[in-house]
Design a protein around this ligand. Structure first.
Ligand code: SF4
Ligand code: SF4
Length: 209
């Protein structure tokens, strides 16, 4: 028996990771709708654009701005670029909710009214991307809202998705996040901070007022 070289250790680690990652993708949604209730669904500009076109709703009805306190448990994770500086403080953007905390698109039969235009966050869930400092997707994991028991995901073993199709989606999601982050940084550098609709208008969206 001989000690592993660094290269061998990297190969073994990658093999273990790819087995774990492939297993992670082999599930079908149990349609319990837990991920559509009581959690904040992050959105980017391209998500809002798809939803506005699909639903015909003005951007300000589609999204809500969330304060630090509302996303308290995530504040350490949020990068500065996600925060939108407004005249009344900094906020981050997510899908709007009903009064009971459900996503505005969740129907009584637990299906999604905007499924074909749902945000990237919903498309990749319950998998989360691990991204390096060059914005490359370097690993996949189970979403932390599941590992920390915020929600119980009733996914079931199934065919799931291929690694290639998932990674294509993951890269597209990362590209869209990067584009959106640049716009937020541009907004944050401007002197007149404005309010929610000013920010949405700055992104190029129609609002109801
Ligand atoms: S957009 Fe659809 S899939 Fe996403 S949280 Fe809302 S109801 Fe669920
Ligand atoms: S929590 Fe899991 S099983 Fe339930 S709807 Fe979301 S992805 Fe599907």
């Amino acid at each position: 028996m001989h000690a592993c070289s660094v290269l061998e250790r990297v190969i073994i680690e990658n093999m273990k990771k790819s087995k774990r990652v492939l297993k992670l993708l082999k599930f079908d949604c149990g349609q319990c709708s837990s991920c559509c209730r009581n959690i904040i669904v992050d959105v980017t500009g391209p998500d809002i654009e798809r939803l506005a076109e699909y639903t015909g709703m003005p951007a300000d009805k589609l999204v809500r701005l969330y304060s630090n306190e509302e996303i308290d448990d995530r504040k350490e994770d949020k990068e500065a670029s996600d925060w939108i500086k407004l005249s009344y403080g900094k906020r981050t953007i997510g899908l709007n909710k009903k009064r009971n905390g459900d996503c505005i698109f969740l129907l009584n039969d637990k299906t999604c009214e905007a499924y074909d235009a749902r945000p990237m966050t919903c498309r990749v869930f319950p998998v989360t991307r691990v991204i390096d400092d060059k914005d490359e997707v370097v690993d996949l994991e189970v979403s932390d809202v599941i590992t920390d028991n915020t929600i119980k995901c009733k996914r079931i073993k199934g065919n799931g998705r291929s690694y290639e199709s998932f990674m294509a989606l993951a890269r597209l999601a990362s590209d869209e996040e990067e584009t959106y982050s640049k716009k937020v940084k541009e907004w944050n550098r401007s002197i007149d901070k404005g309010v929610k609709n000013d920010f949405l208008n700055f992104l190029g969206f129609k609002t109801s007022t």
